[in-house]
Design a binder for this molecule. Structure first.
Ligand SMILES: [Cu+2]
Length: 353
């Protein structure tokens, strides 16, 4: 009798453990299901931003460059970005920056460098709230505004809550380079990830070179499930059903859609953006989400090892109703001076949000 009671107790314990596991698994599924993931976020002020103040349409979490993911960091990193209560990105960040010099330039025998996105450098911003956070009432002033020298004492993320847009800014340092990273969010849903390339004085900055930036946009349109990627050619959209890398071309755009609702985002290259040369490799990679593919692993110790190592992610996986990730490349050429312009694509809403 006692033995059988003990057996019952043991069985009951297993039942409790099983119930607990089921509840735990259920809550994981619950919080990751498209219907319920929209507003879930795990960040507190100031790392949580809502805009505008009244009836916010944008909600997001962010990390400083110092705390960003990736083997080389990934700059001002956004997490759990939602528009009007619907998830847009699980994550948006900048894991790869590299530079290639013309013959006679710097960068050793490869004429290139792989840079890093986890070291910031001070710039000017007013209304500093805490050491790494400001809410400037006038646009921050970075090295992009005065190439050649550093100025200012604020080191971190500036969040401008303007009337017409939300602008997040940071400024990073890799050697003599200064990288000014911005994310702009508009009331109509548009997003502009931007990067400005500048530098302080160094003999190398006068030698012609191309900067390459590779954003990683982990779209989760209304959740991670059932997303697809399309490409526009000659006015006609067609699906990219398998992982691929693509070049820019006249009239070409891309979009990521939730296949169930047809809401999504179009990726529009800026006018005049140059297609990748062989060193830049490609302009867009559409790949399936993998938790171990948040960066490309960094430079490799081989000829041209500073190049983006993204082609290894293109290995035949389906993009048909999957969790898709877009890598997008932009380029800026310095030849004869330190001019600085913000570059990057525009992301535009598709469908009725
Ligand atoms: Cu440059």
């Amino acid at each position: 009798m006692i033995a059988s009671i003990q057996l019952v107790i043991v069985k009951f314990r297993w039942l409790l453990v099983s119930l607990g596991l089921m509840l735990g698994l259920g809550s994981v599924l619950f919080f990751h299901s498209p219907a319920n993931s929209q507003l879930a976020s795990s960040c507190a002020a100031p790392y949580s931003t809502n805009w505008p103040a009244n009836n916010p349409v944008w909600q997001m979490c962010w990390k400083t460059a110092e705390n960003s993911s990736g083997v080389d960091g990934s700059g001002l990193e956004l997490l759990s970005v939602s528009y009007k209560g619907r998830r847009v990105f699980a994550r948006g960040h900048l894991p790869i920056l590299n530079v290639k010099y013309d013959p006679g330039g710097c960068g050793g025998s490869d004429l290139s460098y792989r840079d890093w996105q986890n070291v910031t450098v001070p710039y000017e911003a007013n209304n500093v709230i805490q050491a790494n956070y400001a809410e400037p009432t006038t646009p921050p002033v970075t090295v992009c505004d005065h190439p050649g020298f550093d100025r200012g004492t604020f080191k971190g993320v500036a969040v401008e809550k303007r009337a017409d847009r939300l602008v997040l800014t940071t400024q990073m340092q890799a050697g003599w380079y200064r990288y000014i990273q911005k994310w702009m969010f508009y009331a109509d849903g548009r997003i502009q990830p931007q990067l400005g390339f500048s530098a302080v004085q160094d003999p190398c900055v006068e030698r012609p070179h191309n900067h390459h930036a590779y954003w990683r946009l982990d779209f989760d349109i209304e959740g991670a499930a059932s997303d697809g990627v399309d490409e526009l050619n000659g006015g006609t959209w067609s699906a990219l059903n398998t992982e691929t890398k693509r070049p820019k071309a006249s009239g070409r755009r891309w979009r990521v859609l939730d296949r169930n609702t047809n809401r999504g985002y179009e990726i529009i290259p800026a006018a005049g953006e140059l297609p990748a040369d062989s060193w830049g490799i490609a302009d867009l990679w559409a790949v399936r989400y993998r938790g171990n593919e948040l960066d490309d692993g960094g430079r490799v110790n081989a000829p041209n090892g500073d190049q983006a190592q993204l082609n290894k992610f293109v290995n035949g996986e389906s993009l048909n109703r999957q969790d898709a990730v877009i890598w997008y490349r932009s380029q800026f050429r310095h030849a004869g001076g330190l001019d600085c312009h913000l570059i990057g694509p525009t992301l535009k809403l598709v469908g009725n949000w």
